[in-house]
Design a protein around this ligand. Structure first.
Ligand SMILES: C[S@@+](CC[C@H](N)C(=O)[O-])C[C@H]1O[C@@H](n2cnc3c(N)ncnc32)[C@H](O)[C@@H]1O
Length: 420
C-alpha cells in the first residue's frame, strides 16, 4: 500500500470524499470537498492518515460513535453544504432519468432525535451484550451508548435492554431488536438464535411492565413472530384512524418525515377531484398515506405484507374510511394497464429496490398523475426513465431528509403526461 496526497473535489453517493486521479476516482471516507489529505490507497479506496488542509465547512460531530457506527456518515459537515448535497442527489436522479429541468424544491429537514424506528443488531460477547448498529462496512456491532438520530425514549431503553439480554438464554450469540415508537409506547420485536423458555417469557413480561411496553414480540431467527408479552393494545394514529401495527412493522422513520411526505403527496394531487374519483396506491403498508389520500378520493390500496393489509383493512373499517385494501405482490404481479384506467392519480411508495416491473405499465396506461415516494434515488432514476420516454414531465419534486447525517434521501416526485 502507498501513501499519497489527495485533493478532495466532491462527495460521492455514499458520503465518501472523492479525489480524481489519472486511473479514476479514489473514495476517501471522512474527507470533505476542498480538503487535502495524505492517505493510504488500496484499490479505489483510501484511508486518510493526516489532513494537510481542512474544509471551513468541517464541524465537530455531536456523537461519540461517529466514524465507527454505520448509521451516520456526515455529522462532520456543516448544515448548508450538507443540505445542498442531499438536494443535488434528487436533481441528479431526475436528470439521469431524463428530467434535467425538474423543479426540485429545497431540502425539507427533519430534526435529529426524532427517529421512531430502530433496527438494532445484538451480540453476546465475553464483555457483555453489544447492542447497536453495524460498524461501517463490517459485521461487527458498535455498542451504542448514545444516538443523536433516535428518539430519546428509544435510546433510554438501550441500557435496560442490555441488562435484560444478559439474563436471557434465548440470546446465545446473536440476534436483533426492532424498536418502534408507537402512540401507545415502545413496541419491541426481539429475534434470538435460541428458543424462549417460560423463564425467558417471564423476564420479557417483567421488562414490558417496568418500562411501559404494551407488547414484546419474539421470534427465533427469521421465523414468525409471536407475542411473548402483551400488557395492552398497540396503536398508531393516521389522521382520525387508529392502526394496530404488527410486530416490527414498517413505519416512516420519523413523525416529521411522515408529515412532510404526506404534505407533498397531497399537494401533488389534482386541485379538483370529482366525488367518485379513484386513487390507486401501491406499497400501502399500514396506510400512512392511504388515510390522508382517502380524505380526497376513494383509495384502492395494494400491499404485499399480509399482516399490514389486515391491519390497514381493520383500521379503515373502524374509521369508515374510503379505502379498499388488497394483498398483492407487485413485483410478481404489477398492475396491468387495463387496471389503471379511469384513475385520478396513482401513488406508489416502493421499498429500497424500487418498482422496476410496474413503471413501464404505468407509462403505457398514461395515468394522469403519478406520485412516486422514493427512499432510493438510484432506483428512482431507473424507475422514472419509462415515464420520461413516454413524454411525462415533473410537476414537483420534494427532497426530504428523513435520515439525517446518512447518505439516504427520501423524495416525493409528481409526474404528469405532458398533455394533461
Ligand atoms: C417504503 S414502505 C412504504 C409503506 C407505506 N406507504 C408507508 O408510508 O408507511 C414499502 C412497502 O412496500 C411493501 N412491499 C415490499 N415489496 C413488495 C411487493 N413485492 N409487493 C407489494 N408490496 C411490497 C412493504 O411491505 C412496505 O409496506
Amino acid at each position: 500500500m502507498k501513501s499519497e496526497v489527495l485533493d478532495i473535489v466532491a462527495l460521492g453517493a455514499a458520503g465518501d470524499g472523492i479525489a480524481r486521479r489519472a486511473g479514476g476516482s479514489i473514495f476517501v471516507p471522512g474527507a470533505l470537498p476542498g480538503e487535502s489529505v495524505r492517505a493510504e490507497i488500496a484499490g479505489n479506496r483510501a484511508r486518510p492518515e493526516a489532513w494537510l488542509r481542512e474544509s471551513p465547512d468541517r464541524v465537530t460531530p455531536p456523537c461519540r460513535h461517529f466514524g465507527a457506527c454505520g448509521g451516520c456518515v456526515l455529522q462532520h459537515w456543516a448544515a448548508a453544504p450538507y443540505a445542498a448535497w442531499k438536494r443535488e442527489k434528487l436533481v441528479a436522479a431526475l436528470t439521469a432519468a431524463g428530467f434535467p429541468e425538474a423543479p426540485v424544491a429545497p431540502l425539507v429537514s427533519v430534526p435529529p432525535a426524532s427517529r421512531r424506528r430502530a433496527d438494532l443488531a445484538l451480540r453476546r460477547t465475553p464483555a457483555g451484550i453489544a447492542l447497536g448498529l453495524h460498524a461501517i462496512g463490517q459485521a461487527a456491532v458498535v455498542n451504542l451508548a448514545e444516538c443523536h438520530v433516535l428518539d430519546p425514549r428509544l435510546v433510554a431503553l438501550f441500557a435496560p435492554l442490555r441488562a435484560l439480554l444478559r439474563r436471557l438464554p434465548a440470546l446465545k450469540r446473536e440476534g436483533s431488536a426492532v424498536l418502534n415508537l408507537l402512540d401507545t409506547g415502545p413496541d419491541l420485536l426481539l429475534r434470538t438464535d435460541g428458543p424462549l423458555d417460560a423463564a425467558g417469557r417471564a423476564l420479557l413480561a417483567g421488562f414490558a411492565r417496568e418500562h411501559g411496553l404494551p407488547r414484546i414480540a419474539w421470534a427465533q431467527g427469521n421465523g414468525p413472530a409471536e407475542n411473548a408479552a402483551q400488557l395492552g393494545p398497540v396503536a398508531l394514529r393516521f389522521g382520525t384512524a387508529s392502526v394496530a401495527p404488527p410486530p416490527g412493522a414498517f413505519l416512516q422513520a420519523s413523525p416529521g418525515g411522515e408529515a412532510a411526505i404526506i404534505a407533498a403527496v397531497l399537494a401533488g394531487l389534482p386541485a379538483k377531484l370529482p366525488a367518485k374519483a379513484r386513487i390507486v396506491e401501491l406499497h400501502a403498508g399500514l396506510g400512512t398515506l392511504s388515510f390522508a389520500l382517502a380524505t380526497r378520493a376513494r383509495v384502492e390500496a395494494y400491499e404485499g405484507a399480509a399482516e399490514a393489509v389486515a391491519a390497514l383493512a381493520a383500521a379503515a373499517g373502524s374509521a369508515g374510511a374510503r379505502i379498499r385494501a388488497a394483498r398483492r405482490d407487485l413485483d410478481r404481479q404489477p398492475l396491468a394497464p387495463a387496471e389503471l384506467q379511469n384513475l385520478a392519480s396513482l401513488v406508489l411508495d416502493p421499498p429500497y429496490a424500487g418498482a422496476a416491473a410496474q413503471m413501464p405499465l404505468l407509462a403505457r396506461a398514461r395515468v394522469p398523475r403519478i406520485i412516486y415516494v422514493s427512499c432510493n434515488p438510484g432506483a428512482l432514476a431507473r424507475d422514472a426513465k419509462p415515464l420520461a420516454l413516454a413524454g411525462y414531465r415533473v410537476l414537483a419534486a420534494t427532497p426530504i431528509d428523513q435520515f439525517p447525517w446518512s447518505a439516504h434521501l427520501e423524495a416525493v416526485v409528481v409526474f404528469s403526461p405532458a398533455t394533461t
